[in-house]
Design a binder for this molecule. Structure first.
Ligand code: TYD
Ligand code: MG
Length: 461
């Protein structure tokens, strides 16, 4: 592998490469360029053409798409239902999965649990840690995994060449790298965690995954702003990007996929961090709703559909007279722009005067619903707080608010209605178009409305 080193300037924020040093990167970061020596790409590297049918080392042959076999992916069950679900049904053999999240959120915990489950079926698992000693990992495993199988191997190592050699000897069926920012390869002389190191290590890990057709799980840290630290590049390289989030002082943890080559990205997995590791939450709606009581003023229950299941959640709003200057609009859990739009519709179409009111909206439980189906819930919560009226029944409100004040239908309404019935709701306020799609079961009153004013009428009735 004859390689001539060449040097480039790499932005440590976004990975942008430049032949000369720049004060400001195209991503907007200042002073982020660091000179790094990168080896030239080895033209004989056949890894880039893993699927090539050509016998020759250098020439690839294109295959007609029609003749390409689809082949079912072989999936590895991680023994954690919520993790399997987010992955799209388990770990795909030969795939690279990146799990990111703030320090202390529980990344090492979830993977040691998955590792223990897989190894308990008699499959060899290699857990490589560059952050903790073998004893520390053992202590955590003792706490969360119960019986540890003899097939779970631990390696405290940061040198990729050594890791590769261990894989060669051990032939594991699942490899975990905790974390990629601590790993380095001898091929490159920049520090671990730098863009070129992370990229090179990512390439080696891909080689490990593809060579032995095993899943590789990679832990990556995120920066304070929630971006993957340094390497956007690894995101492109891997097959799945999972993010683990939650508030440190809350025990709720949400796992979601930002990229998934083998499944959807709309699934979420919910966990609770407990004394004995992460416990799966199956009844997710019950988690976000505190009690079965009627809600006080300023609080409305809404719902959205995440991946393959409905989630009911509580939205709270508070309006209070603004003192000086512009009134404040603060949203936690929903988009600020979206809130401004809903407030404008409430003012113009429903005659509410919000100009001199500070408005605060919060989604209870730390969930960030990325769906317009909670719009109506937000609007009614604001109305409820402003007017000081609470709905005397257990009511659920869903629907997208349009700029003309109309209510637009949302997806998967049948499943949301079923969930609301299961949770004992007495009334559901929903868009008229959606009402036509469901068969009322009788236990729950369905109120179909065309616009926001009608919804407010139904709410305060
Ligand atoms: P960890 O998995 O080490 O986080 P990460 O790898 O993302 O940095 O989890 C660390 C936190 O989780 C730590 O603050 C303690 C807490 N924790 C529990 O509450 N219960 C447990 O069983 C474990 C293992 C950790
Ligand atoms: Mg860790």
């Amino acid at each position: 592998m004859a390689k001539k080193a060449k040097s480039v300037f790499v932005c440590q924020e976004c990975g942008y490469e430049s032949a000369k040093w720049m004060g400001k990167c195209i991503c907007g970061a200042w002073n982020s360029f660091v000179e790094e020596k990168i080896p030239e790409i080895d033209v004989k590297d056949t890894r880039r053409r893993a699927g090539s049918a050509a016998g020759s080392a250098n020439v690839g042959v294109a295959a007609p798409l029609r003749d390409v076999g689809t082949g079912e992916y072989t999936r590895v069950d991680t023994g954690i239902g919520e993790l399997n679900r987010v992955l799209g049904g388990g770990l795909v053999k030969g795939s690279l999965v990146l799990i990111s999240g703030e320090p202390g959120i529980g990344k090492s915990t979830i993977i040691i649990q998955a590792a223990a489950n897989i190894s308990s079926r008699g499959e060899k698992v290699l857990y490589v840690s560059g952050e903790e000693s073998e004893e520390q990992i053992k202590m955590r495993a003792d706490r969360v995994c119960g019986d540890i199988s003899g097939e779970l191997y631990i390696l405290a190592e940061t040198n990729m060449e050594n890791i590769m050699a261990v894989c060669e000897n051990l032939q594991p069926s699942f490899v975990i790298i905790d974390s990629i920012q601590t790993m380095y390869t001898e091929e490159i002389d920049s520090v671990p965690g730098s863009v070129s190191q992370v990229r090179a290590c990512g390439n080696i890990l891909m080689k490990i995954g593809k060579t032995w057709n095993i899943p590789v799980f990679i832990v990556a840290h995120v920066t304070k702003s929630g971006e993957l630290a340094g390497p956007k590049i690894v995101e492109h390289l891997v097959d799945c990007v999972l993010n683990f989030s939650g508030e440190r002082d809350h025990d709720l943890r949400i796992l979601r996929a930002y990229k998934n080559r083998f499944g959807t990205t709309s699934e979420i997995g919910a966990f609770r961090m407990e004394e004995k590791g992460l416990q799966e939450i199956h009844d997710i709606s019950a988690t976000f709703l505190d009690s079965n009581d009627v809600k006080p003023e300023g609080s409305v229950v809404s719902a959205l559909y995440e991946g393959s299941r409905p989630v009911l959640l509580e939205i709270q709003a508070l309006t209070s007279p603004a003192n000086v200057g512009f009134a404040r609009r603060t949203a936690v859990g929903i988009d600020n722009q979206r809130l401004s739009m809903i407030l404008a519709v409430l003012e113009k179409k429903c005659g509410l005067n919000l100009m001199n009111q500070d408005v605060y909206v919060n989604v209870v439980g730390g969930l960030r619903p990325d769906s317009t189906s909670v719009d109506l819930g937000v609007a009614l919560a604001v109305y409820s707080s402003l007017r000081g009226v609470a709905c005397p029944r257990r009511v659920l409100a869903v629907g997208e608010v349009g700029l003309t004040g109309e209510l637009r239908s949302i997806r998967n309404i049948e499943k949301i209605v079923l969930e609301a019935e299961r949770m004992g709701y007495e009334q559901i306020i929903l868009p008229a178009k959606n009402a036509a799609q469901i068969k009322p079961s009788g236990t729950c009153k369905i109120t179909a409305v065309n616009n926001l004013s009608q919804a407010i009428g139904a709410f305060k009735e």
